[in-house]
Design a protein around this ligand. Sequence first.
Ligand SMILES: Cc1cc2nc3c(=O)[nH]c(=O)nc-3n(C[C@H](O)[C@H](O)[C@H](O)COP(=O)(O)OP(=O)(O)OC[C@H]3O[C@@H](n4cnc5c(N)ncnc54)[C@H](O)[C@@H]3O)c2cc1C
Length: 298
Amino acid sequence: MKDIIADVLILGAGPAGLSAAIYASRAGKKTVVLKGQAPSRLEWAHKIENYPGMDGVTGKEMLSSFEAQAVKFGAQIEESDALELALEMNPKMVTTRHSFIMASTVILAMGRGEHKRSVMNEDQYVGLGVSYCATCDGAFFKGKPVVVYGNDHEAFNDAIMLRDLGCEVTLISMNRFEGNQIAKGIKYLHKTQVVSVEGNGMVSSIKVKDAEGDSMIETRALFIIQAMPSGILLKKTPLETSDKDCIHVDRNMHTSIAGVYAAGDMTCGGLQVSISVGEGATAALEALKYLREQASVQ
Ligand SMILES: Cc1cc2nc3c(=O)[nH]c(=O)nc-3n(C[C@H](O)[C@H](O)[C@H](O)COP(=O)(O)OP(=O)(O)OC[C@H]3O[C@@H](n4cnc5c(N)ncnc54)[C@H](O)[C@@H]3O)c2cc1C
C-alpha cells in the first residue's frame, strides 16, 4: 500500500472528473484522479454529435483527449476504485486496493454505474460479513474462514493479503487461476459460482455451484472483488442523496459536506457530456476557492 497526498482528489475519470482535473491541475494544485474498474459511460457512445467542437467523435476518442489534456497539466491518474470514504475529517481519506489517499478537497464524479448483484442476499449482509474491500475489513476476520470471490489479479492479491492477516482463505472464481496466481495457504475453487450468502444476522455460510451441483461452505466473510459502484460507497457516507442515489448539490456543486463537491451523472443533473464537463469545471473552481480559504485561516 502506498500513501498519496493531494490538494484535490477526484473520484472518477469520465467527462466530469477529467474536466475538474484540467482546472485543478492547471491551477498548479496536486491533483489525483481515481479511474475505477467500471468504464465511463461515455465509452459506450459510438458517435457524439452534441458536444461543441467535437462533432462525430467516438466516446473513447473524446475520453482519451480529455485524459491527455488533464495529464498534460500534471494530473496524476491512478487506476483504482475508491473503496472506503472518510469525508468529514480534515484531511479527507480515501482507501483503494493499492493506496491510502489524504486530500484537502474531494470531487465525486463516479457516474451512475449500475451494480450488478451476482449473489443472492448480498445487499442484506453488506457490513455484516459481505465486503468489497479486504484492505478495509480484512482485519475483522483474523483467524477466521473467509471467501474471496473474483476473477482477476485483484481477487488473487486480496486473497494473499487476507492469508497474511491470518485468515483461512478460499478463493472462488468462475475462471481458473494458474501459474504465478497459485499461492500456498489458499484453497481454490475454480469454475465455481457463489449463488447466495446465508446467515443469521452475520454471514455464516455461502451456497456455491459448480459442474457437480450446489454445495454449502462455512465462512464468516464474503469479499466480492469487482468494480465498486458509487451507490454502495455513498450509502456509507453522511452525504445527502435522493432515493435514486443522486447526490444533492447546490448550484456551485457543493455537497452537504464542506470541501466535498459532486459533478456529472452523480448529481442526475442532465446526464450529458457537456453538462458533466460544466459541473466538473464548477466543482474544481469551488475546490480551489476552498483551498484558498483554508490557507488564509491557517
Ligand atoms: C450508449 C451511451 C451513449 C451516450 N451518448 C451521449 C451523447 O451522444 N451525448 C452526450 O452528451 N452524452 C451521451 N451519453 C451520456 C454520457 O456518456 C454521460 O452523461 C457522461 O459520461 C457522464 O460523465 P461522468 O463523468 O459523470 O460519469 P462517467 O462518464 O460514467 O464516468 C464515471 C467514472 O467514475 C469511475 N468510477 C466509478 N466508480 C468508481 C469508484 N468506486 N472509484 C473510482 N472511480 C470510479 C469510472 O471508472 C469512470 O471513470 C451517452 C451514454 C451512453 C451510455
